[in-house]
Design a protein around this ligand. Sequence first.
Ligand code: ADP
Ligand code: MG
Length: 377
Amino acid sequence: MIKYLSEINKNELAGKKVLVRVDFNVPVKGKEIEENYRVKAHKETIDYLIDKGAKVLLISHITTIDSFNPIVESLSLCLDQVITMVPLAELGSVDTLFQVSPVLLLDNIRQDKREEKNDMEFALDLSKGFDFYINDAFSASHRSHASISAIAKILPSYGGFLMKKEIENLSKALSEPAEGKIVILGGAKISTKLPVIKNFLDKAEKILVGGAIANNFFRAQGFETGISVVDDTISADINNPKVILPEDFITSGDLSGKDFPSYHKEISDIPKSEAIVDIGTKTIDNYNQIISQSSMIIWNGPMGIGEIKQFAAGTNAIAAAVARISNSIIGGGDTIAAVDKIGLLDKYSFVSTSGGAMLEFLAGEKLSGLEALGYYE
Ligand code: ADP
Ligand code: MG
């Protein structure tokens, strides 16, 4: 059984030192955080601990830059807490720093190569002098790393408030009856999406496919896909009437959207020189119809190259249709960026902060970080 932060007696937190694994792996431009949804989602856990008198050392990785240094101020502003950075080499001086600041942030945990090796010695170093470990980083919990997995063997360990929300909502995606439940999958990286499609064949009424992953199905069926992005590492060999593929497309000779005009095509007439870049109007109408009659939607992955304006119509139309359904779960970095751009981010019942972890959870796979918290026991 997983235990959550709310189960620690409130009085027991005063003066205690708490390690909190968060996910601050955000896109960065200079000193600015480009998408701070993920950071803000941890505010409840951090505020609660500080309010109860605990001292908090935040731990996170970041892949977009090497050190958190440039964005510490942005993080502080975003969380409305003064955050003090601790270089990894100065882990031993946290007690001194806690005297002036109750919220510390250890620099990019992946600067130490032992993190990704799930090294127990490293986890011991991290935990020294701490009383509790809180994992609030569902989105990183598919990784078997020291600050996610090994550490939970050392300290009394709990899931944070965000962790709880993610698990509860994504569990509902799996457990609600199949009738009326529609899964929409798009984007790229078919290897991470195919297991989700397979797991939902008996858990959803229909699975609507779009984005580059649809190309994989067409390739498997022997259609010409021109210069479309197709991930050849894995074949989409599913032939099931529940899986609905797009029937028309926007194509272009240029995936950057700059130089070439775009066309409206069906799957049987994609020329060798063009790529599928978005779903077409007939598909949008059909998908809208199916979505409007559903009682629950789970959506991950844009319908086309949504970051390019000319190819975003399909994604935007689906985003608007899903926003009208009262029970909707969406997730994925590019999906969130797309709906945020058109002002719909707050129109869904639950917006997961995770991409890969959400997909593994929805595929029915065990996540190392959840296993370490005793979730599967
Ligand atoms: P998410 O981050 O929401 O989980 P993914 O990372 O799986 O989504 O997919 C998003 C990426 O898929 C974007 O970079 C987008 O350009 C790409 N993509 C979607 N449709 C197509 C397409 N038809 N051709 C090429 N790339 C596509
Ligand atoms: Mg992505």
